[in-house]
Design a protein around this ligand. Structure first.
Ligand SMILES: Nc1ncnc2c1ncn2[C@@H]1O[C@H](COP(=O)(O)OP(=O)(O)OP(=O)(O)O)[C@@H](O)[C@H]1O
Length: 292
């Protein structure tokens, strides 16, 4: 468990100060997402957890180990917090090549060759290994940053909008890859994204932030679901719900539908596999019972 109780106030010229006050307990060895509008404090929360921004007061306790305690004046240095972090501004060394950036972050300089090769190949950065960072596109930088954060096989991985510059194919592929590594290494992954379908696919829990606070916590399907019925076309995001329900993503909304009620005459298969686009008329089983 990561027990986080931290406060931070930023002065804001000519405006009321910005107050952040986070209280949450984050499960270990699972993926949790942080969701909320721009400026609610998601990145600041990650920075405080990583030791890159000093909270004004509070505590951060990770698996029983105190990382920060303002009363006891404990503030574990970044190097002693066993985590890896990836921010949207990449923080790669601009005067080095991709390879130099990657080798620089390998723990004790000992390269795990099979891991290195598999990460490089999965992120499709083989062909740019010797290019200077300054010549890369933002999507390429994003993939290099992701590989760099994974090379450390961290216990705790903080990913702040890691796929925002990637095309759909790479986004899907790397999302799945991170999900697999999370299971394999039993990592705790904390993930920031504005993309609800992405969060539904990767996260087991979602913390919703508003005005510098955590206002809701729950399973992503519960958090994001809305009611809808009638003619729908959407992508299946989850099919493991009770009562044969599937979650589908229709533009801007996540809808849980009873799969027994779907008119799938236009679909090629009857299976509701994740990623499949389904069409149909979703009608309540009886007039008094709405499947949502
Ligand atoms: N160093 C700083 N000094 C002053 N204000 C800051 C500082 N860092 C962040 N803020 C302010 O704190 C608030 C939260 O910023 P933060 O970057 O954590 O938001 P966010 O939820 O990650 O936003 P986004 O989704 O746009 O990245 C914003 O209003 C921001 O302007």
């Amino acid at each position: 468990m990561i027990d986080l109780q931290i406060e931070k106030t930023f002065p804001s010229k000519g405006m009321p100060p910005i107050k952040l006050s986070f209280q949450c307990k984050i499960p270990l060895q699972e993926t949790s997402a942080f969701f909320g509008g721009s400026g609610v404090g998601k990145t600041s929360l990650f920075k405080m957890l990583a030791g890159l921004l000093l909270p004004d007061r509070g505590k951060i306790i990770v698996s029983g180990e105190v990382w920060f305690d303002s009363e006891k004046k404990i503030n574990l240095p970044i190097a002693k917090r066993s985590l890896s972090v990836m921010f949207p501004d990449h923080t790669l060394f601009p005067n080095m090549s991709v390879m130099e950036n990657l080798v620089f972050s390998i723990p004790n300089g000992k390269k795990d060759e099979p891991l290195f090769q598999s990460l490089v190949s999965e992120a499709e950065i083989d062909s740019i290994l010797y290019k200077p960072i300054t010549t890369l596109s933002s999507g390429q930088k994003q993939r290099v940053s992701l590989v760099r954060s994974l090379l450390q096989k961290p216990n705790l991985l903080l990913l702040d909008e890691p796929f925002s510059s990637l095309d759909g194919r790479l986004r899907e592929k790397l999302l799945f890859f991170v999900k697999e590594l999370q299971k394999k290494w039993a990592m705790t992954v904390l993930f920031i994204s504005h993309e609800i379908p992405e969060l539904v696919q990767i996260a087991k829990h979602v913390f919703v932030l508003e005005h510098g606070q955590v206002i809701r916590f729950g399973n992503p399907i519960q958090i994001f679901s809305t009611k809808a019925k009638g003619e729908l076309r959407g992508e299946v995001l989850s099919n493991g719900l009770p009562n044969k329900k599937v979650s589908i993503w229709i533009p801007h909304q996540l809808v849980n539908i009873d799969s027994r009620l779907m008119d799938q005459t236009q679909s090629k298969t009857k299976q509701n596999k994740v990623g499949k686009i389904i069409y149909g008329k979703f009608v309540p089983m009886d007039r008094n019972k709405n499947p949502n």
